[in-house]
Design a binder for this molecule. Structure first.
Ligand code: AMP
Ligand code: GLY
Length: 446
């Protein structure tokens, strides 16, 4: 552990290229401690407006080159956004006492990259979760789902960019999902074993906590709308929009979740000799029998980060540094009282195959998030790139995240939806009902 205090100026490398990283970079850029901010050359057009592209992608295959470059540019802190580099062991490979990294080691990130391992930790530590079984052969999985013949969820155990989970209504759908993972190997090695679990009902919440090895600080709770279609229909995506905070959980509910989920998870890892530092993110279903964990992630969520950063008040760089160096208890941050909502504008076809390279109109209205420290609306780029003519074009499925604060959730959702509508490209679409489940249940109570 490094005990070095936060330097007056710090050059930072932010690994990751999407909407989550744009939101983080924007808040980082407001820290008086930030020297030069570096990102990968494939970063989106929004990130590249106020960060410098490093000469090559960050891949551990080029570790020797990377280390020399980090020294040459005097990079003092690395922040890792996505799960891939964590699962690869980037923290293990590059962290030094004089150059901490925000993010867990490969062993700690296993909670995300191996769903069977996460399930075993949950069992050992009595964390409430869906009842389920790990199957390592196709025949065992097919027998299990056929005999159960009830709604279930089939999950590839490895990383699949949010696509490895199928929520099934009956045995026929479950058999197809198992065949996809283990028969045709649609997810490669990641689907060579599966977790099959009972299908839970309820509203989902995303609870993120900063963890420095010992101290656990829960952030305000978000709700992410995962399904592609309005009214929660169609296949799951990485997230079509989110809001924060949710009115569904009281302070005492949060204390219970800290006690029953986060503390046992961090302690369970520690008992195996693994220290967790970074963001621990529990996807939780609020079932009639109480909150149950659907999954753990070991990083900030996308698009949860966009709404969290819209409300974050404090020095983000300092907060992440204190977390990475084991001193989270010294951090001083809070959240704006106003709720935030975001709506993700996507490319036609997403989450399936989708076109790229379509010019985006309407971005110039709010082209950069960096200019509005005290603002109340932001357009965070996700999958955007400048084309040869310098125009911003689409480069993937989740293109931009329109993010707004509002006087209440209804206001924030309405404003984010209107902002999303101001951005267009051929085939663009977005959900107009982010927040609908909570808004409906609150209206019916009043
Ligand atoms: P995961 O990656 O495990 O969070 O799964 C992705 C999504 O699938 C979750 O956000 C839920 O919407 C859904 N899901 C996962 N597990 C279950 C479950 N046991 N019951 C119902 N839905 C689930
Ligand atoms: N929005 C869910 C995730 O980042 O995994």
């Amino acid at each position: 552990m490094t005990t070095s205090p936060l330097p007056e100026k710090l050059n930072v490398l932010l690994v990751g290229t999407g909407g989550r990283e744009h939101a983080l970079a924007w808040r980082l850029s407001q820290s008086p401690h930030l020297g030069k901010l570096w990102v990968e050359p494939s970063a989106n057009a929004g990130l590249l407006q106020f960060a410098t592209a490093c000469p090559e992608e960050f891949s551990l295959n080029r570790k020797y080159y990377l280390e020399r470059w980090l020294i040459k540019e005097q990079i003092g802190f690395i922040i890792i956004g996505p799960e891939g580099p964590l699962a690869e062991g980037m923290v293990d490979a590059l962290a030094l006492p004089t150059r901490p990294i925000f993010g867990p080691t490969k062993a700690a990130a296993r909670l995300e990259w191996d769903k069977a391992y996460a399930k075993s930790i949950m069992r050992q530590t009595s964390i409430p979760t869906a009842e389920g079984r790990v199957c390592t052969t196709l025949s065992a999985a097919l027998t299990y789902v056929t005999e159960r013949d009830e709604p279930c969820v089939v999950k590839a155990t490895g990383l699949c960019a949010g696509k490895g989970v199928t929520v099934c209504r009956n045995a026929t759908e479950a058999i197809a999902a198992v065949q996809k993972c283990m028969g045709t190997r649609a997810f490669g090695e990641a689907g060579d074993s599966v977790v099959i679990e009972e299908r839970l009902e309820g509203q989902e919440v995303s609870i993120l906590a900063l963890v420095d090895g010992r101290t656990i600080t829960l952030l305000d709770t978000c709700q992410d709308y995962k399904q592609v279609g309005e009214g929660d229909t169609g296949p799951n995506t990485g997230g079509m929009g989110a809001f924060c905070p949710t009115p569904l959980l009281s302070d005492s509910d949060m204390q219970a979740i800290a006690r029953d989920v986060f503390v046992p998870a961090v302690d369970g890892l520690r008992r195996q000799g693994v220290e967790f530092r970074g963001v621990l993110f529990a996807g939780i279903m609020l079932t009639p029998a109480g909150p149950k964990v659907l999954e753990f992630n070991c990083r900030f969520g996308d698009p949860e980060t966009q709404v969290l950063m819209a409300r974050f008040r404090g020095d983000l760089l300092k907060t992440l540094w204190l977390t990475a160096t084991g001193n989270l208890a010294d951090a001083d941050f809070g959240f704006d009282q106003r709720p935030a909502c975001c709506v993700v504008v996507c490319s036609e076809g997403y989450p399936g195959p989708h076109p790229k390279g379509r010019t985006i109109q309407g971005l110039q209205m709010i082209d950069s998030a960096s200019d509005s420290k005290a603002g109340d609306h932001w357009m965070f780029h996700g999958a955007t790139k400048r084309d040869a003519a310098g125009k911003v074009a689409t480069s993937g499925g989740r293109v931009v995240t329109a993010t707004c604060l509002g006087s209440d959730l209804e206001d924030a959702s309405g404003r984010a939806t209107a902002l999303a509508a101001s951005v267009t490209f051929r085939g663009s679409f977005f959900r107009r009902d982010i927040g609908h489940r909570v808004l409906k249940s609150h209206k019916s109570m009043s």
